[in-house]
Design a protein around this ligand. Structure first.
Ligand SMILES: NC(=O)c1ccc[n+]([C@@H]2O[C@H](COP(=O)([O-])OP(=O)(O)OC[C@H]3O[C@@H](n4cnc5c(N)ncnc54)[C@H](OP(=O)(O)O)[C@@H]3O)[C@@H](O)[C@H]2O)c1
Length: 264
């Protein structure tokens, strides 16, 4: 079961898992994109693919998705991937946008993970991947809610990992923390990719392969790409004053900061 499967990293998860012969339940808002992907994967790999059009930032959409978790026979993997970014100062953006982000990045994973673990733990198998971000290790202006919600995902996952280990459960959890990844994420935000150095970009396929390799090895934290593993290691060890000084000097971030949030 993959949320945010209509594009980017979620779509790459769907392709990678269909290639491995798994039946899929794909969730996102754009029904026609899901239907086209499902038809292609059925034809190409002969797997069962169902779709659920739902806005996971809404109570109604999230309730339908959570019900689907309970009703999915033999659910072996939940990927909480749906997400988006915003631009500009927290106070200047629409409050509704900020609330939607917290619902999508926090409440949707809470509810879907709770439902999934209650199916997986008694059965003694399964895994949950939370698609967080390297932003989980940063605290930056213009991205206050994004960094905070992605940090939450990583901390939540670490806690679940500890609980599962303590219980001796074979169920696995993973916080996947990618850096800049080719997807529709920056198009939705209205950010020109050329403003970000080309060597920082990874393909969604490469991110997903590292995640699935990590899951097979039981890794609770996967940061794809050496440059981002280095970034996370350094940033999380910097004294707060030094981190703030580095952040304040980031000219690209300042250039990107203007403008209003753009959403689908
Ligand atoms: N791209 C990057 O550089 C990057 C880096 C680190 C982490 N991430 C994280 O990776 C995840 C996937 O993003 P992406 O890069 O693949 O971007 P993307 O191509 O824009 O994909 C985002 C997905 O989330 C879905 N989505 C958005 N709002 C939704 C809602 N309210 N309800 C249900 N689905 C919703 C979108 O589908 P619909 O519009 O059809 O609903 C789409 O399938 C996000 O959590 C993002 O924060 C991305």
């Amino acid at each position: 079961m993959i949320t945010g499967a209509s594009s980017g990293i979620g779509e790459a998860f769907a392709r990678a898992l269909a290639r491995r012969g798994h039946a899929l339940l794909l969730i996102a808002r754009r029904e026609e994109r899901l239907a086209a992907l499902a038809a292609e994967l059925r034809a190409r790999h002969g797997v069962r693919v169902e779709t659920l059009a739902a806005d996971l930032a809404s109570d109604e959409g999230l309730a339908r998705a959570a019900a689907a978790v309970g009703a999915t026979d033999g659910l072996t993997l939940l990927v909480n991937n749906a997400g988006f970014g915003t631009r500009g100062y927290f106070h200047a953006g629409a409050l509704d946008e900020q609330e939607r982000m917290h619902r999508l990045h926090v409440m949707a994973p809470v509810r879907l993970t709770h439902a999934a673990l209650n199916v997986m733990i008694p059965r003694g198998e399964g895994g949950v991947i939370q698609v967080a971000s390297v932003a989980a290790f940063a605290r930056s202006s213009y991205n206050a809610s994004y960094c905070a919600t992605k940090s939450w995902m990583a901390v939540f996952t670490e806690g679940l990992h500890l609980e599962l280990r303590e219980m001796g459960s074979p169920v696995r959890v993973q916080a996947l923390c990618p850096g800049f990844t080719y997807s529709e994420f920056h198009d939705v935000l209205g950010i020109d990719r050329k403003t970000i150095a080309s060597w920082l970009w990874m393909s969604a396929d490469a991110v997903v392969e590292e995640s699935l390799r990590g899951l097979a090895r039981g890794r609770w934290l996967v940061i794809p790409g050496l440059v981002y593993r280095w970034f996370a290691a350094v940033v999380s060890k910097l004294p707060v004053r030094l981190r703030l000084a580095v952040e304040a000097r980031n000219p690209q971030r300042k250039a990107r900061a203007g403008g209003v949030p753009i959403t689908r």
